[in-house]
Design a protein around this ligand. Structure first.
Ligand SMILES: Nc1ncnc2c1ncn2[C@@H]1O[C@H](COP(=O)(O)OP(=O)(O)OP(=O)(O)O)[C@@H](O)[C@H]1O
Length: 822
């Protein structure tokens, strides 16, 4: 037994080295000839690599740079338990404590063997003076940089203050340096060696990232019925088989969640499903966190649902499962977090429950980071983070070996995985699951009509990298000695929030734009007067909303009329169309006298309520209503019937263009049109051209109930009872009217040769005539033309705006937004 192994036992209680690499690293560092770089997986005993050599040098102190106060505390606690004096100098210490540490370090033979410092503290005048003193009196054994990947912009935890350490290396050339990390890709390794200015040749000790005892797989959340149920089953399987061990050594699990709320929710659900779980996050009080950690550590609660703040410094060997509920931040972070499983070398499971919508949220947040980065360095950093995220996405959305992803990332040869991941065990099953996941994700996206919900994307990803950082730092106290840290974090959070709000505003704008274009489409087919000007006149009001109110008003008027059937008093004869005409006038009055949407709503609500209230007498506006003499469809039909007596097509709702056009072909096929026929044709073409009048065809071709049929036939005999076809022809400052004559001028004569078929293809009669859906499909028979397609008309009554609750019996309340069918 040499003095190295002797000290191993004496100071650390280990009879042998954990691995060959650990021993080689220890011996190389102990020689003190070269700077040493150690890259070993989490839990492989890296700390011992420098702690043991430091213990070999009596009366000397090792300076250890570590990124977080909590990590420092864990290490100091660990060494204190081993009766090795370790200290720190930081802003959280009392001045008395600080003085005590400084006095000891400045003494001839310091008792302190390890001095833990944050990189921020390293930049202070006090520390610089202290270091100069220690070096001058040859009291420094080593300078150690723990978590050295923090020096690299490629790393997932870049800390700018780590860069300053390189100056110290240049200044104190006589002291050997040691840099250690668990997660270093090729780029990160290069950065560590360069940025820390380690003296060449650097002795490098690097274990392959492949950990054979860990089984990796991915489960797609959208492919399972009960996600948490699945998780519970998985945990139960992973946690069993530990009956004969001490409570402390019982199997344990960690479920990493993105948000604090998620940790609470999932922990609760797991408890309900029989897996004793606790939530852990930065929002808990310090004492609560310690308590959770202890209960988990002692085996009282085998599972902890935590944010990423959990685990650093937590050294439990019997973790049998590490689950990520959603996409991990990046490969390095995932390797580190999942690497907390199976530290005892026994089989353990690492699973991701992948959710694509979350991926989209992360994608958005990382892109936002890139967009708002102010300096080229920042931008590069954000781009690196994005690249790393993309690798993680590929990890989840690919069928390749999971371990190979890590090997690629760390610049190693692909490992011989065999059956240590789902993809290598059963690639076909993984491919099938992936395809199913993609299909479902796609259909969900389509379902949302292209709008991916980012409502709470900030929450989904715990507010991105910054959120994750905040989460860690809330756990670790101040995250260093950066006095401005809190304010800069707040600023970053504020910027992130405002960026997200900005993005939402943009989306809202584009939705508004879509709404507007839908609205102008609806206006073409609306019965409301000046429908085109709806939103221009009253901001926020939609045509659909007006149609809803109009429909309610018309119902109320019809009810009013119907309620007087048994009353003795003589009632003015009014057809349904007269009532509709009256409703249109009244609605228009409310619309034209309203300047804001609330006034319009109030006016319409009041109007409808008043109509409903006049139970025993005809509503006064119906009494005084004088239908205007207008060109009506009734007239048109009569014209048509007159000219085509005997020829008229009796089929309901089906008129051929040859009939409408009154086309007469002589023996030579030449066309002759009588004057009357030409007039009829003109009108027919005007229907074809004017979407407004096409809309009015709706009521004409709607299949009628027996009662409606009799009413219509009676109204057909009434000159004023036909359907209004030129409702909008009345000059109105708000509306633009397409006159029949103007349409005639635009008539394309080519179309006359074709047969115009107006065919009702769908009629969806609901309880109320107002809620009928009618699709009128106009096709030009013969060669299908673009124009023919354009002339497909669809009209569906819609109500996208909620109508006031006090209006009862609103049939349109049930309606969803208008659907566009082609
Ligand atoms: N030679 C050894 N024999 C037995 N156990 C050892 C040996 N060396 C270290 N260990 C133990 O292994 C565990 C992990 O060690 P350590 O914390 O140093 O790992 P690490 O690589 O620094 O992990 P992390 O990256 O998570 O900090 C500790 O419990 C430590 O006591």
């Amino acid at each position: 037994m040499d003095n190295v192994t002797e000290k191993l036992l004496q100071c650390f209680g280990h009879k042998k080295f954990k691995s060959e690499l650990q021993e080689r690293a220890v011996r190389a560092i102990a020689r003190g000839v070269h700077d040493v770089y150690v890259s070993m997986p989490t839990g492989s005993g890296k700390s011992l690599c420098f702690q043991l050599p430091a213990m070999l040098q009596d009366n000397k102190v090792a300076i250890v740079f570590s990124p977080l106060l909590a990590l420092i505390k864990d290490q100091i606690d660990h060494l204190t338990r081993l009766k090795i004096q370790a200290e720190s100098i930081n802003s959280k210490m009392t001045s008395k404590d600080r003085e005590r540490v400084l006095n000891d370090l400045q003494s001839m033979k310091p008792n302190t063997r390890f001095l833990y410092i944050t990189p921020e503290q390293a930049a202070t005048v006090t520390f610089k003076a202290l270091l100069e003193h220690l070096v001058k009196y040859k009291k420094v054994s080593y300078i150690i940089v723990d978590e050295a990947h923090c020096v690299s912009e490629w790393g997932h935890d870049f800390r700018p203050d780590y860069l300053k350490l390189g100056f110290l290396r240049e200044k104190f050339k006589s002291i050997p340096w040691v840099a250690l990390t668990a997660t270093a890709s090729t780029e990160v390794t290069k950065d560590i060696l360069e940025n820390l200015k380690l003296l060449h040749p650097v002795a490098q000790f690097k274990t392959p990232s492949f950990r054979r005892n860990l089984f990796y797989d991915v489960v797609y959340q959208n492919c399972i019925e009960d996600e948490v149920g699945d998780l519970a089953e998985f945990l139960k399987k992973s946690l069993k088989d530990d009956d004969n061990v001490k409570a402390r050594d019982k199997n344990a699990a960690i479920v990493y969640c993105r948000t604090r709320e998620q940790t609470e929710d999932i922990a609760r659900m797991l408890c309900n499903k029989g897996v004793k779980s606790l939530a852990y996050h930065g929002g808990l009080k310090g004492s609560e966190r310690v308590s959770v950690q202890e209960q988990w550590f002692n085996g009282e609660f085998p599972c902890v649902c935590a944010t990423v703040s959990f685990g650093m410094g937590v050294d439990k060997a019997s973790v049998r499962a590490v689950v990520h509920w959603g996409l991990p931040q990046n490969v390095a972070a995932y390797y580190q977090e999942s690497g907390r499983a199976g530290r005892d070398g026994k089989p353990a499971f690492c699973r991701i429950y992948y959710c694509r919508s979350e991926r989209n949220a992360v994608d958005f947040l990382l892109k936002s980071d890139i967009a708002r980065s102010k300096t080229p360095e920042q931008k590069q950093r954000c781009k690196n983070a994005y690249k790393s995220f993309e690798i993680m996405v590929k990890y989840c959305e690919d069928v390749g070996c999971r371990h190979k992803t890590f090997a690629d990332y760390f610049g190693e040869e692909p490992p011989r995985c065999g059956t240590r991941c789902d993809a290598c065990t059963d690639a076909r099953a993984v491919r099938r699951a992936l395809e199913q996941h993609m299909r479902r994700a796609m259909s969900a996206t389509l379902h949302r009509a292209g709008f991916v919900s980012h409502d709470d994307s900030s929450d989904l990803y715990g507010q991105g990298r910054d959120g994750q950082k905040r989460e860690i730092e809330s756990y670790y106290g101040d995250g260093g000695d950066d006095s401005d840290g809190e304010s800069s974090r707040r600023r970053v959070a504020e910027e992130t929030r405002s960026l997200i709000m900005h993005e939402f505003a943009q989306r809202k704008k584009s939705i508004e734009k879509d709404k507007k274009s839908n609205d102008s489409e609806s206006a073409k087919y609306s019965k409301c007067k000046a429908a085109d000007s709806t939103s221009t006149k009253v901001n926020g009001l939609t045509v659909a909303s007006r149609e809803s109110y109009l429909s309610l008003l018309k119902n109320a008027l019809n009810e009013n009329l119907a309620s007087l059937k048994d009353v003795d008093e003589p009632i003015k004869p009014l057809s349904k169309n007269n009532v509709e005409q009256c409703a249109i006038e009244l609605e228009y009055e409310a619309f034209s006298s309203s300047t804001v949407i609330s006034l319009y709503r109030r006016a319409m609500t009041k109007l409808i309520a008043t109509v409903k209230a006049s139970k025993d007498s005809l509503y006064f506006r119906l009494k005084t209503f004088e239908p205007k003499k207008r060109e009506t469809l009734g007239e048109l039909v009569k014209d048509f019937e007159k000219s085509k007596q005997g020829e008229s097509h009796k089929s309901h709702g089906f008129i051929t263009a040859s009939q409408l056009e009154g086309r007469i072909e002589d023996k030579n096929g030449a066309r002759e049109l009588s004057k009357a026929d030409r007039e009829t044709k003109r009108k027919a073409n005007s229907f074809k051209k004017d979407s407004l009048t096409q809309t009015k065809l709706k009521s004409f071709f709607t299949p009628k109930t027996a009662q409606e049929s009799s009413e219509t036939s009676s109204s057909a005999s009434d000159d004023e009872g036909g359907l209004i076809i030129d409702e909008h022809s009345k000059p109105d400052p708000c509306e633009s009217t397409l006159k029949l004559d103007e349409i005639e001028d635009n008539t394309d004569e080519d179309d006359i040769d074709k047969t115009l078929k107006i065919e009702e293809i769908s009629s969806n009669s609901k309880n109320d005539s107002n809620s009928k859906t009618l699709v009128i499909n106009i096709t030009l028979q013969g060669v299908p033309s673009k124009r023919a397609n354009e002339e497909k008309v669809e009209h569906e009554q819609e109500d996208t705006h909620p109508v006031d609750e006090n209006i009862k019996g609103s049939p349109n309340k049930k309606h969803g937004p208008a659907k566009k069918k082609n």
